[in-house]
Design a protein around this ligand. Structure first.
Ligand code: FAD
Length: 533
């Protein structure tokens, strides 16, 4: 049995940042289910929102975040995250993260701050249009150079081990985690009193998503099974502009394209956003996504277009090299042709409920990054606030754990941890059923629990998911586990949490829009909280 002072699940911005900080205090293991850099973080394009210029202020960033959050942000949390930002950005720069700069007219250089939808000022630090890749690479280099951190790739967390699950009549706390070594197929028992979930979001629960394959909601599902509270899962952000091309599933065209003047047009080249919002193409994402959805339904077109051809070709190529190259590879020259785009599931605003230190309420268990619901995003995330949240919350969690669970402090009672039992379960011979169920969940979530919802569709989704849940549970108990089966099990749990949360919110607010209750109900300005009874 392996044992570590700290166990971190996930190697995106939140997990790696936490690991680097915790390594100053003890031995850290980072378990990640694919290669180290396989994360949503590595795919982030636009950048990190942070107040870095004299023309900006914390108050303005707080205000913009609260406006986007549609009455559900926790202002205390927003203020803390926003004002911790500059210090965390400086730390990133110290480990070698390079953000773009620009020449000043009066000589010298300054950070080239981008502007995105919902932001009243230019405040998005970026590294061309591959900001996440730059951050992920530098963090991974730092982690690999740190002798007190062990990075286990191709190791997938299966379930948390809690005193409650072990049947001890004592304080509920986490004491370890089961980890599937994907190379050998063996399940290891890992002991730790400090476990940090940094497993990211759940985009893969939807048929169309901007997220990479790792985003299957594992952390939310594990925390839920362990008895933690899950909040606001109905608020799924759909990115308005995912590239629409048969060979390019999951390629996002960053909001920054609209920030730099990109226009949203229909097939005839006519702009349509002003009809929906005076802010036009720079309205918050939910409004733009719904407007595109409405235009597509009205015109019967399968996509709309994002047009940046009026900007100088050289500027477009330099500012958006990744988008330019990717589109060109598919036969679209974005300096001369509009980009075909559709909305796609992008970001999970809800998650495992935590306080301002990442504490989940279950002793020893912390959650940071997209897996968590801190109160920063409320009913809708302001663009580029999520990388910021990952950085800030990883820092705060490290400080809090050092305070309440110091590595050299009193140890909690040690319990015998049972080895994983797979019995005589045989390999899944019905792989086709797993793939069928996986597809069915993603399609039904897209069709019934998408951008525009109704009670009837949600109820239909709920009934279908109940059946799927029984089937998947049967597989889980009867067959030897695999990553596909584990991800399917987590997807069905997370899908059900989204649907139950959506059904319990009989109003429209932020990202949750239902035709049956199109108005916002001021009496419903509270979080949706779910926990296992
Ligand atoms: C295309 C795209 C563009 C984006 N652009 C921006 C942007 O410009 N600005 C911004 O602020 N945000 C952006 N976002 C959102 C942002 O990237 C994410 O919210 C953020 O990176 C999440 O970081 P994280 O550390 O919480 O999770 P992730 O970076 O997703 O990392 C999760 C990690 O957990 C691992 N993992 C998952 N399950 C398990 C398991 N069971 N066991 C072990 N490991 C597991 C994964 O393999 C991965 O390493 C974008 C997202 C996408 C998809």
């Amino acid at each position: 049995m392996k044992e570590f002072d700290y166990v971190v699940l996930g190697s995106g911005v939140a997990g790696l940042t936490f690991a680097l900080k915790a390594a100053r205090r003890g031995e850290v293991a980072v378990f990640t289910k694919r290669r180290g850099g396989d994360s949503n973080t590595a795919w982030a394009q636009g950048g990190v929102a942070c107040v870095m210029s004299d023309e900006d202020s914390f108050d303005l960033h707080v205000r913009d975040t609260l406006v986007a959050g549609a009455g559900l942000c926790d202002e205390k949390v927003v203020r803390a995250v926003v004002s911790d930002g500059p210090a965390r950005i400086r730390e990133l720069m110290e480990i070698g993260v390079h953000f773009d700069e620009r020449d000043l007219d009066r000589g010298g250089r300054e950070l080239d701050l981008g502007r995105e939808g919902g932001h009243s000022k230019r405040r998005v630090l970026h590294a061309q249009d591959v900001t996440g890749r730059e951050i992920e690479q530098r963090l991974l280099e730092a982690v690999r150079a740190e002798p007190r951190i062990r990075l286990f790739e191709d190791h997938m967390a299966v379930d948390l081990i809690t005193t409650g699950k072990l049947g001890f009549a004592t304080e509920q706390r986490v004491v370890g985690v089961y980890i599937l070594d994907e190379k050998t197929g063996a399940v290891e028992t890992v002991r730790s009193d400090r476990i940090v979930l940094a497993t990211g979001g759940c985009g893969k629960v939807y048929l169309y998503t901007t997220n990479p394959a790792i985003a299957t909601g594992d952390g939310v599902a594990m925390a839920w099974r362990a008895g933690a509270t899950v909040a606001n899962m109905e608020f799924i952000q759909f990115h308005p502009t995912c590239l629409f091309h048969p060979e390019a599933r999951s390629f996002l065209v960053t909001e920054a394209v609209r920030g730099e003047g990109g226009r949203l047009v229909d097939a005839a080249g006519k702009e349509f956003m002003q009809k929906y919002d005076p802010r036009g193409a720079l309205a918050p994402r939910d409004i733009v996504a719904r407007a595109i959805d409405a235009e597509m339904k009205k015109t019967g077109q399968r996509c709309v277009f994002l047009d940046i051809t009026h900007k100088p070709a050289e500027f477009v190529r330099e500012r958006f090299p990744n988008i330019y190259e990717t589109c060109l590879g598919l036969g679209i020259d974005i300096t001369r042709q509009p980009i075909p785009v559709v909305p796609a599931a992008h970001y999970q605003c809800g998650g495992v409920r935590t306080d301002l230190s990442g504490f989940t309420g279950l002793r020893g268990l912390y959650a940071v990054g997209e897996v968590a619901c801190t109160g920063l995003h409320g009913a809708n995330r302001l663009a580029s606030n999520s990388l910021l949240e990952g950085l800030v919350m990883a820092h705060r969690a490290d400080e809090e754990i050092a305070r309440v669970e110091p590595v050299n402090g009193d140890r909690p009672r040690r319990f015998e941890l049972p080895e994983w039992q797979s019995g005589d379960a045989s390999d899944v011979d019905e792989l086709v059923v797993i793939y069928h169920n996986w597809d069915e969940i993603r399609r039904l979530m897209w069709d019934y629990v998408g951008i525009v919802r109704t009670d009837k569709r949600l109820q239909r989704a709920s009934a279908r998911l109940r059946n799927l849940h029984h089937e998947v549970q049967e597989f889980y108990w009867n067959f030897r586990i695999s990553t596909d089966l584990l991800e399917l099990r987590n997807l069905v749990t997370v899908a059900a949490l989204i649907v139950d949360s959506a059904l319990s919110r009989s109003e429209s607010r932020g990202l949750h829009y239902t035709l049956d209750h199109p108005e916002t109900d001021p009496r419903r300005a509270r979080d949706t909280l779910l926990w296992r009874s």
